[in-house]
Write a protein that binds this ligand. Sequence first.
Ligand code: SF4
Length: 703
Amino acid sequence: RGDSTVADRQVDSVCPYCGVGCQLTYHIKDDEILYVEGRDGPSNQNRLCVKGRFGYDYPRHPSRLIAPLIRREGVAKGLDPDFDPAQPLTHFREASWDEALAFAASGLIDLKATYGPDALAGFGSAKCSNEEAWLFQKLVRTGFGSNHVDHCTRLCHASSVAALMECIGSGAVTASFMQAEQADVVILIGCNPAVNHPVAATFFKQAAKRGTKLLILDPRGQALDAYAHQSVRFSPGSDVALFNAMLNVIISEELYDTTYIAEHTEGFEALKMHTVDMTPEAMSGLCGVEPDTIREVARLYANAERAMIFWGMGISQHTHGTDNARGLISLALACGQTGRPGTGLHPLRGQNNVQGASDAGMIPMVMPDYQPVSDSQVRAAFEELWNTKLDPTPGLTVVEIMDAIAAGTIRGMLIQGENPAMSDPDLDHARAALAKLEHLVVQDLFVTETAQFADVILPASAWPEKNGTVTNTNRQVQMGRAAVPLPGQAKPDWWITQEIAKRFGLDWNYQHPRDVFAEMKQGMASLDHISWERLEREQSVTYPCSADDAPGADVVFSDAFPTASGRAKFSPTRPLPPDEPVDSDYPTVLTTGRQLEHWHTGSMTRRAKVLDDLEPEAVASLGPAEFIRLGMAPGDELTIATRRGSITLKARTDPGMPEGMVFVPFCYGEAAANLLTNSALDPYGKIPEFKYAACRLSRSDVA
Ligand code: SF4
């Protein structure tokens, strides 16, 4: 930062990456971001991880879309193997906004006119603001005329939300991660915060240093093990067996909280009966944990004065993901570990605004604030607000929409900032579905893998170019501010959605995101006492909030749960095998996820120079024993094959990986992990089993 790079202005905003929601300041000169610093936000206290600090330059990447594009006539849809974002586009031509919007909307309108509302669907984005999410789901519901609207929550915590809604009546966290510092015991399970929620991980480390006992339960080892009171490795996919064994210990040793159970829950007697035979000895073979260790962990959690459970996608991304979350909820309810400082249930949310996009109703079965579309009173309220009739039928979810395209029932889509050609399971199937669409409109920053299937691409806004609110994993609604101007002809996403809505004949006239926020407050009680002006002033307010000058509730459900009876419900579960168990042909477990430096499908971070320099190429992580078994050295090329396809990439040693398991991040298009993954769904959350597929490993030179 020499004299020539001294910033001429600063803009306060929020990090665009993970659900921690770190507040930051952009330092800007001549409308370019020079550097980023953390601010004293409630969830980061001035800290940032490598993505927040260095991942700010992607909006100025040379491949940024700066004009609308329309597919040239006769060019087939599909991934172009020679696609080079640095070269002029050959498959698309530039168009004016008027032409592109008319083409985008008319294609969708024609399909609706011919085949009805169920022929259209929309994927919105958890990278957009709350206001943009609200408008997107409103366009699908009132313009397209169906509830076929979903987003990446379906691929991350849909099963957690399904279990939380069923058992405690609310899909959000019951306490912030800052509460970990007041807990005596913290369970981290199926998550790797040092990689995926790095600033939240610093709160866990601080808590451990102050005496909180961290219990880390996972098939894989991780960096936070160094801070753990105890780390327990269990067999992949065996979570339910482990939880039932812990419940058996807590019940048989009468460690449960009799008063809490009597006053706040229902169904405990059934849970007692259900787990009576699931002793640590009976479950040990399934979960791979010694009975004494199960007893020790169960006693530590149950005997703690204050204890919290945090979980990630190692819990949710299974065909029994909802059962996994039900098990964790049962543990917390049995031990009375909710509703007080230092207690709670916290699914660590992934995207920066996946909580807010879900709250705003970008979910096919619920309207904003998780109100069921099938409820006539709920629909009546929104019909009055929006002056239209609404479809009472819950819509299809992400993978179901792909299946419906393949089946020929969905024919047109609007995709805003999502990249299903990289993020969906069984990519060959997903990509074939995208190619089959008769009309695909993509709204994005770059020609992503998904945009290569589009009929028309609309250049959208990056987070540092947006004004709007965003809600993090802690239920903190925060203000994001545009730091730099939009490049070329790119437009705000809310403006694009409104222009499409107008062409559907909808009478929309929002002038600014604050107008949208004002409408949201009419349909979302969760935003009571949270105004745009207040967020401008205070930066962050937690919902639910009881007064205009109250800070919002960091811990909820002290007195009652938001269920019909006011009580939480135990939901017993039974261990089930993965959809595709390993066998002699495919003997290794494939699991997928993120890297510290790269975000999801890589469309942003692989265009951020520092981050891409740090992790420039696709790698798979293996334990040392697998290298010996395969006769390989770190850096050698590995071929991974499943029943759906194969990829080849470099292998890296990770001492935390257990024998018989391989990890592949899903951000690399040149070795797309999701070519391998299984699209089997959890029956409740409809989330695919990204965390377990049977695969076969071989050295690439002998594959
Ligand atoms: Fe951004 Fe998450 Fe890192 Fe914070 S922890 S800087 S929100 S990626």
